[in-house]
Design a protein around this ligand. Sequence first.
Ligand code: G6Q
Length: 546
Amino acid sequence: MSTTPAPGTTPLTELPAWKALEQHAVTLKSAHLRDLFAEDPERATRFSLEAEGLFFDYSKNRITSVTLALLLDLAEQSGLREHIDAMFRGDRINVTENRSVLHVALRAPKSQKIVVDGVDVVAQVHAVLEKMSEFSSRVRSGEWKGFTGKRVRNVINIGIGGSDLGPVMAYEALKHYSQRDLTFRFVSNVDGTDFAEAARDLDPAETLFIVASKTFTTLETMTNANSARAWVLDKLGDPKAIASHFVALSTNAAEVSKFGIDTANMFEFWDWVGGRYSMDSAIGLSTMIAIGPESFRAMLAGFHSIDEHFRNAPLAENLPVLMGLLTVWYSNFFGAQTMAILPYDQYLKRFPAYLQQLTMESNGKSTTVSGTHVKYETGPVYWGEPGTNGQHSFYQLIHQGTRLIPCDFLGFMRSLNPLGDHHDILTANLFAQAEALAFGKTTDEVIAQGTPDWLAPHKTFEGNRPSNMILAEQLTPEVLGKLIALYEHNVFTQGVIWQIDSFDQWGVELGKVLAMRIVPELKSASPLQHDSSTNALIERYRNQKV
Ligand code: G6Q
């Protein structure tokens, strides 16, 4: 193994392992998975592993033992191990924002200590968890009353991006465990339709709003929160009603009280929790109300078990590391532009959307931590839908299109809703798709099945399309925590290799500023100083709005 340069000091493309991978990829591109499996009867065992109750089969990837060794060299030469240690220590690895990145502290057991600037953040986390548990129990039992004395029956989370996608995804994923006499809704879009449709059939006297915003200044969220306040006051009249119908999840106590929410009803988190890494912080309050404090803690334990695995397992047996390296392999050496996330579980219907933010906001960067422009591709586009629905729409392109789309398949051994042979059919589809993508169907096989020669090319499947298979016993809160942590650390691994800051989001910040400039221009007749296209669009809106 070659010597390891200090992390980040050598440009990625000059690392010996990178150069070796470039050479190796040339030979491997012509290898077919059919042959790789035929040559090695042990392949499925060689390229699969089980960790923390998750089974990971990565044998249907276009790799050999040499590929794996080179990718692991790349991880070592990139200083992955040192970067992992730095994150867990609380070093300020989010360099452009000069912040620690400590979502792992959100699920650390009470006995653990992580000290940042002289403060034990684990103790802070547990104090907030206690407060959340107490509040959730009061809402769930009906003890928390609205202003008129009616119990809360509806919970509406108002937030956007990291303050929305996690709570929505987790609510959907864990609906099976939720308290069914409570209604949960999520309002994110500043489009008035989102709030109007969420509130239209609800009684303000029975509705609790959770205003979720790390900064408490986000235009969309504050606009929706103000409309919610007006909606409550319209029916309940008295401004004192706000205290019983609004709570806040935020890092910004000053803005929370300015809005009129008592800071006693604020659940705190900290600047070392990134928005897209916050669904297990106070931002998860709606999840905790839905599934209860005990299940929420089980979810945290699931996260923590993968954190420990990521931190301690050798790189070669480290599930998130392997997943991250495979994504680097396809993105940088096979020209793959996208990754499909295909959960075979209806409860995970929002999981691809959640991962879209986690992965694309984290690794959609083109400047390295040392400020140079990258000379290679970084974060791929993540997308997906639950199986089997996707099979009847976009899978065609994955099977027979011209693009290489590595897939992550996710499945469970047992259904939460056993119904006839539904689960066998679902799982048969899951396994069959991965098999067909890898092995395809040759023209000879097609002709042997009686297809006329002219039609045979259309019914031929090239195969050699890579996929991972991730299996767990059943979708529980704990397993959901494990799956999310798996992708968080997968993203981390990719970011370290690509030498980018996976924890800032300057693109999102830009969006927040740009709209603020145009809002007043839409309301006035002031002269415009944009480009001719933007000026014309604003003029058109000014002329046609009622
Ligand atoms: C996430 C991003 C972004 C953020 C939203 C909402 O990592 O920073 O999606 O979560 O812009 O921000 P607030 O929580 O501050 O309202």
